[in-house]
Design a protein around this ligand. Structure first.
Ligand SMILES: Nc1ncnc2c1ncn2[C@@H]1O[C@H](COP(=O)(O)OP(=O)(O)OP(=O)(O)O)[C@@H](O)[C@H]1O
Ligand SMILES: [Mg+2]
Length: 357
């Protein structure tokens, strides 16, 4: 997929901008506070209907404006062209695809965006919910059964936890049956996805870290030698004591090992960053192999995170990957030697105005 034309209105300090990005690499430069991250945020909002910078997307609306709009002319990987748009005001959002009102998931399938920014690098040592989000976004794009099953599991879990809190045990078996049914599907899809991701990730980790001794271990969220049904029964007393369900797919996680040691405890900070990069990019590769639309990659603040050698390794990799990428940095020289690249454009941002150089 490629964004052929991107229109942005009232996103942070970008009042109004229209660009025609390259289908390959797009380098975005500009001083601090010029609006580089705002440009990436606009693309992210168009794909995910939320912001990566703030909890409430409405905070991205320019001061003194009633709403923000991001719209694009979008070419699908098979070639058909559509017009996407999202409008967000203080209370609600509206999504349009070719003039028809549509749902967030429709937009997300059409424009999958993978983001790499300074906070992404805490994936290994942040709480397990970040790793679950990482996994689940990949699975959402990998298998369309995931979203409805995950939603039903989450709803049943909410109901069960409310019953545990108010100690209404009579209705519990009905919700347990739902949790078991949808929870098992969610768990199976996660395991399937890990099986797809692992070889790609190991190959990429080898490329970025010069090692093959990496391992990814998935944990289901309960001792999966025991059935989920039995687990809920055995844990009931404990669940009642705590007022919520202790074990199940909502506690799933994965751990990364290097030479049989937990990567987050032993690898250097730089090595951990490269490992996260390998995870995020392997997810893109798996997605590109299977989904209808290739992923769009957003990299905010390239310079802040990688040394010169790894930056050039990454840019070479991205150029060969062939999908659309937007990369920001304050200095053009941070992008290194671009003489061997051909499919790229450079944009300069100043006070929220974007100009192609
Ligand atoms: N809702 C908003 N409305 C208007 N301006 C905003 C809003 N939120 C943030 N800003 C301002 O927008 C400007 C651009 O921010 P942005 O984060 O995009 O800069 P940047 O170019 O990425 O800078 P840096 O190099 O420091 O990362 C900043 O001055 C910021 O304070
Ligand atoms: Mg920024």
């Amino acid at each position: 997929m490629t964004l052929l034309k991107l229109d942005i209105f009232s996103v942070r300090n970008i009042q109004s901008a229209s660009i025609q990005p390259s289908p390959g690499l797009n380098f975005i430069t500009g001083g601090n506070a010029s609006g580089k991250s705002a440009l990436l945020e606009a693309v992210f909002i168009l794909g995910r209907a939320r912001s990566f910078r703030t909890q409430h997307v409405k905070q991205a609306i320019s001061f003194n404006q009633a709403c923000l709009i991001v719209a694009a002319q979008h070419a699908q990987t098979q070639g058909s062209i559509s017009n996407l748009g999202i409008q967000i005001d203080n209370k609600q959002y509206e999504i349009h695809i070719d003039q028809e009102k549509r749902l967030k998931a429709d937009l997300a399938y059409l424009l999958p965006v993978q983001l790499i920014h300074p906070k992404s690098y805490s994936l290994l040592d942040a709480g397990p919910q970040y790793r679950r989000e990482f996994l689940d976004w990949g699975i959402f794009n990998h298998n369309r059964n995931f979203l409805p099953n995950w939603r039903r599991y989450s709803k049943a879990l909410q109901q069960r936890n409310a019953l545990l809190k108010s100690r209404q045990l009579r209705q519990l078996p009905a919700w347990d049956r739902e949790l078991v049914e949808y929870g098992n599907v969610v768990n199976t899809l996660r395991k399937e996805y890990i099986d797809h991701l692992t070889p790609v990730f190991l190959q990429m980790a080898g490329q970025f870290l010069d090692t093959t001794q990496i391992e990814l271990r998935f944990t289901a969220g309960w001792d999966d030698q025991t059935s989920l049904e039995q687990t809920f029964k055995t844990n009931l007393e404990k669940d009642l004591r705590y007022g919520f369900t202790q074990s199940g797919p909502h506690r799933a996680d994965f751990l990364t090992f290097h030479n049989n040691r937990l990567a987050k405890d032993y690898l250097s900070r730089g090595q951990q960053k490269l490992l996260v990069l390998a995870l995020l990019l392997s997810q893109v590769r798996v997605l590109n192999n299977i989904a209808q639309n290739d992923c769009c990659i957003l990299i905010d603040d390239l310079n802040a995170e990688l040394d010169t050698e790894n930056r050039s390794k990454l840019l070479k990799y991205l150029a060969e990957l062939g999908c659309q990428v937007f990369i920001t940095s304050t200095d053009f020289s941070d992008f290194g030697d671009l003489s061997t690249l051909n499919n790229y454009k450079v944009f300069h941002v100043e006070h929220g105005c974007i100009q192609q150089l």
